[in-house]
Design a protein around this ligand. Structure first.
Ligand SMILES: NC(=O)c1ccc[n+]([C@@H]2O[C@H](COP(=O)([O-])OP(=O)(O)OC[C@H]3O[C@@H](n4cnc5c(N)ncnc54)[C@H](OP(=O)(O)O)[C@@H]3O)[C@@H](O)[C@H]2O)c1
Length: 277
């Protein structure tokens, strides 16, 4: 089994979405720490503060806009075609959630979430996959432990992450016998801008039962590189998240939805109280 350093040294191009903050930023940092000769290319609306080093490229893109994805994919294809021989790693990490009761949530934001979390992941992957098949490599998609059961109060977000998980595992089977594989990463609650962007008053890990589930973005990045090097198709980060994923997928779906709804309703009341303070 190669070490992350040996694995990354096979790559000529590493493409990541959402490297400007949180988990994506930590993945770029971890790649730079491990060391690679590959060109790292980031796609997000703002430029990552961490230096993308000499060979780094930033393509400023709103991936929730299908036209912008098309134009970014064209630039990526040129970048790959011009790169020295070596594998291509595509990390689809950009994503956001929206917390609240369905009828009160903004319809446009819900649709943008589907466009970003689902559509852009599928489109970017399909647009660069032919070149990846020639060179070898991996598609890494950041799903979530929300993927394993319905998530009341984060209904659309949880459903997009179920799509990401199932699509990635199926893609990995489709790719069997080729030089490309797919890997789904399922982090649990992680410290990043995610909760603020999703409309939480305070990150849920600062309170109640979730306090013990907290992970840093650097830890998720380390899990990601290890899973990539070790040839895994699925990585749920940490044993507590693994337990949640196991119970979420083994018990009857209606029970799990109901229990999840009760826990999240309690969280919602806590959030509401904090918002009024
Ligand atoms: N934090 C958690 O608890 C957690 C748990 C499980 C899974 N995840 C998943 O992990 C991934 C990374 O999230 P994070 O926790 O690191 O949150 P984050 O700190 O908010 O980072 C989100 C990233 O997505 C990018 N992004 C957002 N909208 C975009 C758009 N329209 N076009 C292009 N890029 C966009 C942002 O870049 P710009 O704003 O510069 O565009 C940013 O770099 C997401 O897919 C999230 O669902 C997070």
């Amino acid at each position: 089994m190669p070490t992350p350093s040996e694995y990354l040294n096979r790559a000529a191009v590493i493409i990541i979405t959402g490297g400007s903050s949180g988990i994506g930023c930590s993945i770029i940092k971890a790649i730079q720490t491990v060391g690679t000769n590959a060109c790292i290319c980031n796609l997000s609306r703002s430029k990552p503060e961490i230096l993308l080093e000499k060979k780094g490229v930033h393509i400023s893109t709103d991936l929730s806009d299908p036209q912008a994805v098309l134009s970014a994919a064209e630039q990526l294809r040129t970048l790959i075609a011009d790169a020295t021989s070596g594998e291509v790693i595509l990390i689809n990490n950009s994503g956001f959630g929206d917390y609240g009761v369905m009828p009160t949530l903004d319809r446009c934001k819900q649709l943008k979430m589907i466009d970003l979390n689902v559509r852009s992941m599928v489109d970017l992957t399909l647009q660069v996959l032919p070149q990846m098949l020639d060179r070898g490599g991996a598609v890494v998609n950041i799903a979530s432990t929300s993927a394993f059961q319905p998530t009341p109060f984060l209904a659309t977000y949880g459903a997009t992450k179920s799509f990401v998980l199932n699509w990635t595992l199926a893609l990995n089977e489709d790719l069997r016998g080729t030089r490309v594989r797919a890997l789904a990463i399922c982090p649990g609650p992680t410290r990043s801008n995610f909760f603020k962007a999703a409309g939480f008053e305070t990150p849920p890990m600062n309170s109640g039962a979730n306090a013990t589930l907290d992970m840093t973005a650097d830890e998720v990045a380390a899990y990601t590189l290890n899973a990539l090097a070790s040839g895994k198709a699925l990585m749920v980060t940490g044993w507590k998240n693994k337990c949640i994923a196991f119970f979420g997928s083994k018990f009857p779906i209606l029970w799990v939805t109901r229990i999840g709804g009760k826990l999240l309703r309690k969280l919602r009341l806590e959030q509401h109280r904090k918002g009024q303070q």
